[in-house]
Write a protein of this length. Structure first.
Length: 360
């Protein structure tokens, strides 16, 4: 087979999933995956899952190794999904809306802890003017703690155990208020750290437990999904793959996961769990109320020239499909970003998750 780029291969597999029989797809998909792996000599390993229930396809593939010089990559190996977690956080907020506990245009100030309100007020933020929609769409005016030497701090002390409060403090002390709410788009993980604090305040439980319950991990069959160090690894789950950023000489196994754990990133799962979650979400199996689910497509038109189109934890692909936020992951080595695709809402058929797990 002629060599393929990762992007070209994904579109080819999507085409196969929507047109070929399940048997034909399974026969050709691994060859496509192997071709991509052979083409990119910087790639340590590559995993893919395609979930197309209407075609009878639920296929996981892998090519390469789980670590540099390591064993062959297993199709069920879990990985850190980086900013794909933002879709999970968004879905959790929508589940709370569905239960009548929130509205997406609700001000976040009363939903935050007194400490966090005071912290952000000290830098000129008015949390009563920031809504959940502003946080979900990165239009709150909140700065990014990922800037201002954050990665240098991680590399200098890779085993430092970060806390959410510490990262929010960096947002205020080192950063600055970017704009009034709704005036400017700026992607910042801090928005989603604030959202996990909101989830905890409303549910009275750790956000990890609240997400697990509200998104019904066990009921939906997400048996290899968890938050490492905040939750026990599920029984029968394989070890995490290594994810690299060679430019920074970083190996995910050598860095405390807390650097990206509290809503901006943090979930680990298999490609099958990731693809199935997105397939379930966009076919109404996670958020059941059609009107509430439709609100995930909310876009804030900002007052400046920076128009992202970013919605509630998802990014429109420009081709009639939606992509979870991890397509543009932030706060983790960007060369280990996972990629997920979800179906057009008009004809939900497939969901795919591809992971270049450890690009050098």
């Amino acid at each position: 087979m002629r060599s393929l780029s990762l992007r070209s291969a994904l579109f080819l597999l999507i085409g196969l999933a929507t047109s070929a029989s399940a048997q034909t797809f399974q026969q050709r998909a691994q060859a496509v995956l192997d071709s991509v792996y052979r083409t990119d000599t910087t790639m340590v390993g590559l995993m893919l899952h395609v979930e197309a229930p209407d075609r009878g396809i639920a296929w996981s593939g892998a090519s390469g190794r789980s670590a540099k010089g390591g064993e062959a990559l297993h199709t069920e190996a879990p990985f850190l999904i980086a900013s794909n977690i933002k879709t999970y956080v968004s879905a959790t907020i929508l589940r709370l809306v569905e239960e009548g506990k929130l509205t997406i245009d609700q001000p976040v100030g009363p939903l935050l802890t007194e400490r966090t309100r005071a912290l952000f007020a000290s830098d000129g933020y008015t949390t009563e003017a920031i809504t959940l929609t502003h946080l979900l769409t990165h239009t709150s005016g909140v700065d990014s703690y990922n800037l201002y030497g954050f990665m240098d701090s991680v590399i200098a002390n890779p085993q430092h155990r970060w806390t959410r409060d510490e990262q929010l403090t960096r947002t205020v002390v080192l950063g600055h208020k970017l704009a009034e709410p709704g005036a400017h788009y700026a992607y910042a993980d801090a928005n989603y750290l604030l959202l996990t604090e909101v989830i905890e305040g409303l549910t009275g439980m750790p956000f990890t437990q609240a997400m697990r319950q509200l998104l019904r991990y066990e009921q939906m069959g997400y048996t290899h999904t968890w938050m490492p160090t905040l939750e026990p690894m599920p029984t029968g789950t394989l070890p995490l793959v290594h994810q690299y950023w060679d430019e920074r000489q970083m190996d995910s196994h050598a860095i405390d996961i807390s650097m990206d754990l509290y809503g901006g990133g943090g979930i680990a799962c298999s490609t099958a769990d990731l693809a199935r979650f997105n397939q379930h979400l966009f076919t109404g199996k996670v958020v059941h109320d059609p009107a509430v689910l439709a609100s995930i497509h909310t876009t804030v038109v900002t007052q400046d020239s920076v128009q992202s189109g970013y919605q509630l934890g998802i990014t429109p692909s420009g081709s009639g499909t939606d992509r979870p936020s991890g397509m543009v992951a932030s706060g983790v080595p960007r060369c280990s970003t996972s990629r997920s695709s979800t179906p057009p809402s008009a004809s939900p058929c497939w969901s795919a998750a591809t992971v270049p797990c450890g690009i050098a």
